[in-house]
Design a protein around this ligand. Sequence first.
Ligand SMILES: [Zn+2]
Length: 149
Amino acid sequence: MAYRPEPDRDSRPWWERVAGHEFAVQECVTCGTPRFPPRAFCPGCRTEEWRWLEVAAEGRVESWIVSHQPFLPGAREPYLVVMVRLAAVPGCLVYGNWRGEGPPAYGQRVEAAYTEVDEGAGEGLTLVNWKPAEIGNDHSVENSPTGRP
Ligand SMILES: [Zn+2]
């Protein structure tokens, strides 16, 4: 059990894409501004028309919280929710459960970990959680001293 967003009218089509392991944001047809989370009109020019723009589900860890107060019955373990700055959409932060082995680090590169959860009543939901990026973190020591004189 963990952080669990609820799809609403504006975001339901997005969740349907996530179920297919596709990460998309809205793109304004007038000014091309990408936006997330889904909303009815462009915050820049107020155009209502938009199209889906599929983007890489990756970003960097901005911050995180550890919840010791589970809000779901039966959830006992504290869980960690990370805030990720999306690489594809400047200024966009998304939340998700942390799927790393160890604690996250500020600025760490991460990628989506799609996780299916069972509703129990038949309707499943796919969550976007976050895990360390499989490529990229090898270079996390690139600024360390190499030992060369
Ligand atoms: Zn616009």
